[in-house]
Design a protein around this ligand. Structure first.
Ligand SMILES: *Cc1c(COP(=O)(O)O)cnc(C)c1O
Length: 394
């Protein structure tokens, strides 16, 4: 019997990360429809920075383009160059802006810099003159993040001297929300009014303010273009409330070995965990080198055959030990897999255990996993129940 290269890779893998492109596409449709709910022609982009939050921009980009997504954001120029190979024709905006001397990278690959200050604007205008063509530009206004974007003075120069944009085509004016996941935080309204007055002074260009959680602040925040990242990938845009998004990821790791130990034995580096009873320990094939954070020691579980079993002992670079004493032996044989992320433990839940957020869990996802891309076929609308593409733990 001959295996395909993909099947052979899956057979060798210590852990398999399954990414549901259909769920990402459905999440995008749901967000786009939320933008259209007020009856205005709001468009929905996709933020694909950090390799589409760990899910794989080279596949997610074309999948979303096929769904109707027309505009894409990345953070780094190199992310834009890589995405350009997968998406030859769509606008790609580089959020980190125009680094000195990189104008040719942008122009020759049709990337659009998000201009964060007047210096970048001037350099981009000079490039337009050199190349003797109108170049697309995005202007990022700082409305309170104080991280990137035109500050008050630079913004005033721009609104007073519109000629500074001559030779450029203003493709978008954008700003970024500080605390959109906190609807009651007054900073949201303050940023909204600062953004509105800037936009009023710069008529004619499309506008964008809302990231994932910002979309759920309501139509006042939608402007012309939504800019979701996290929610596309199933991260809950409404912390503390039910997650309206479909889950996208399943991560399963293989049991490499099991052993029985007596009571009062330690497991792993530093002897950091000690058995209180005679125990069965299973060792599974992932570790902190795969983005399974070391601080998860004694704080989380994995799922196997209907049981949430505790992670015990220190997390190693390549290995994690779990206490399977209460799981029937037939369910935790060597070679079987356990669920690390999936229906029983979402990235948001694992993030709680690790005292971080799901963004960090997802962008830390390892490069050693075998990646399987699926389309959850039975899904055909944002109101359907999510499907579990991989099935319950066997
Ligand atoms: C990352 C990012 C987004 C997407 O934010 P999410 O919270 O992931 O939806 C949108 N805009 C900017 C400027 C960003 O940096």
């Amino acid at each position: 019997m001959s295996l395909s290269a993909d099947e052979a890779s899956a057979r060798r893998a210590g852990a398999v990360l399954t990414i549901d492109l259909g769920a990402i596409a459905a999440n995008w449709r749901g967000l786009r429809d939320a933008g259209r709910a007020a009856g205005r022609p709001v468009d929905c982009a996709a933020v694909l920075k950090a390799d589409a939050y760990g899910t794989g921009a080279a596949l997610v980009g074309p999948r979303l383009a096929a769904e109707g997504c027309r505009q894409f954001f990345v953070a780094h120029i190199d992310e834009g160059l890589a995405l350009r190979r997968a998406l030859p024709d769509h606008p790609i905006y580089v959020l980190n802006g125009l680094l000195p001397g990189t104008e040719p990278d942008f122009v020759e690959h049709g990337l659009t810099p998000v201009l964060n200050h007047l210096g970048q604007l001037n350099a981009w205008r000079a490039a337009a003159q050199r190349y003797e063509r109108a170049l697309d530009a995005v202007v990022h206004l700082d409305t309170g993040m104080h991280r990137l974007g035109f500050g008050t003075e630079d913004a005033q120069v721009l609104t007073n001297e519109r000629g500074r944009l001559r030779g450029l085509r203003l493709a978008l004016i954008m700003s970024h929300l500080v605390a959109s996941e906190e609807p009651a935080n007054p900073i949201n309204g303050e940023q909204l009014s600062r953004f509105r007055s800037f936009v009023r002074a710069m008529p004619g260009a499309p506008t964008s303010l809302a990231n994932s959680s910002g979309i759920f602040l309501g139509p006042d925040y939608h402007f012309d273009l939504l800019r979701p990242g996290a929610a596309l990938y199933g991260i809950n845009p409404l912390p503390g409330r039910a997650n309206p998004m479909l889950s996208v990821l399943t991560l399963r790791a293989r049991i490499l070995q099991t052993r029985r130990i007596d009571a009062f034995q330690t497991v792993g580096y530093g002897g950091a965990w000690r058995s209180a009873r005679s125990s069965r320990i299973a060792t599974i094939a992932l570790g902190y080198a795969d983005g399974y954070f070391r601080n998860l020691i004694n704080r989380t579980y994995v799922h196997i055959a209907g049981f949430n079993v505790p992670v015990v002992g220190r997390i190693s670079m390549d290995l994690v030990t779990i206490d399977v004493t209460d799981v029937p032996e037939s369910d935790c044989q060597v070679g079987a897999t356990v669920e690390i992320l999936g229906p029983h433990l979402t990235p948001d839940a694992l993030a709680d255990h690790a005292r971080t957020n799901a963004y960090e869990v997802m962008t830390a996802l390892g490069r050693r996993y075998h990646r399987a891309y699926i389309e959850s076929a039975s899904y055909d609308g944002p109101d359907d129940a999510p499907t579990d593409p991989v099935g319950e733990a066997a």
